[in-house]
Design a protein around this ligand. Structure first.
Ligand code: PEP
Length: 245
């Protein structure tokens, strides 16, 4: 039985003035021990957020594939660990699009995260053009195959299916489409890593909110949610945590 994981992605939002939101979200996490909760904040906030979060894991939204080196402006996994991070998102579609991250780079980033002792949430998802062309499952399962890290295991890796057209738009796929895609991802995982596939959590992400969380989380093979905009305040995020509990 996979425990549900609800992870927040604060994107490029969050100053120290927002730490009371972290504390309030952590209090809700403690009050709902049946669900795992994590919050991925900007690099600059990791240390302070980790202190404010108590037992709730705080993470980063990216990590470099190398442990150190001449990579101006980048942050390595051991640095994240030292700052207090316990997980990292890799391969978010905003980075795949704006920073041109490839599947091979995303794979290397996930492996670097694991090598330093971080959990990883690896994002995959199709564009609207790809869905309209009937290629959504082919695109997403190809991303899984090409970006899955060596040694992938449920103890440290979760996947997040995030249709690009659903992120920050208020649009979501139908429950049938979510269940079909998560089933296809699970089947691809089984083909790649055998029985371990059943231990890997597959999160849904894309315009999850208090109103739709329960129905999305009830879909077959949905093991939690990756939440952007609705994770920025406890008022919006706590109902999603409660829906998963
Ligand atoms: C995300 O940033 O991963 C995300 C799913 O954003 P939103 O919930 O705002 O669509």
């Amino acid at each position: 039985m996979r425990r549900k994981l609800v992870a927040g992605n604060w994107k490029m939002f969050g100053l120290k003035a927002d730490l009371p939101e972290v504390s309030a979200i952590a209090a809700a996490a403690a009050a709902n021990p049946g669900v795992d909760v994590a919050l991925c904040v900007p690099f600059t906030l990791i240390s302070a957020a980790a202190k404010a979060a108590g037992a709730m894991p705080v993470g980063a939204q990216d990590v470099h594939a190398s442990p150190n080196g001449a990579h101006t402006g980048c942050v390595a996994a051991p640095m994240l660990v030292e700052a207090g991070a316990r997980l990292a998102i890799v391969g978010h579609s905003e980075r795949r699009a704006a920073q041109h991250e490839t599947d091979a780079e995303v794979k290397a980033k996930a492996e670097a995260a694991h090598g330093a002792g971080l959990q990883a949430i690896l994002c995959i998802g199709e564009t609207l053009e790809e869905r309209d062309a009937g290629r959504a499952e082919a695109v997403v399962t190809a991303q899984v195959a090409a970006s899955l890290p060596d040694g992938a295991a449920g103890s440290w890796l979760a996947l997040a299916y995030e249709p690009v057209w659903a992120i920050g738009t208020g649009r979501t796929p139908t429950e049938a489409d979510v269940a079909a895609m998560h089933g296809a991802i699970r089947a691809k995982l089984r083909a790649l890593i055998g029985a371990e596939a059943d231990a890997v959590r597959i999160l849904y992400g894309g315009s999850v909110n208090a109103g739709n969380a329960a129905s999305l989380l009830a879909c077959a093979d949905v093991d939690g949610a990756l939440v952007g905009g609705a994770s920025l305040t406890a008022a919006k995020f706590v109902p999603i945590i409660e829906a998963a509990a």
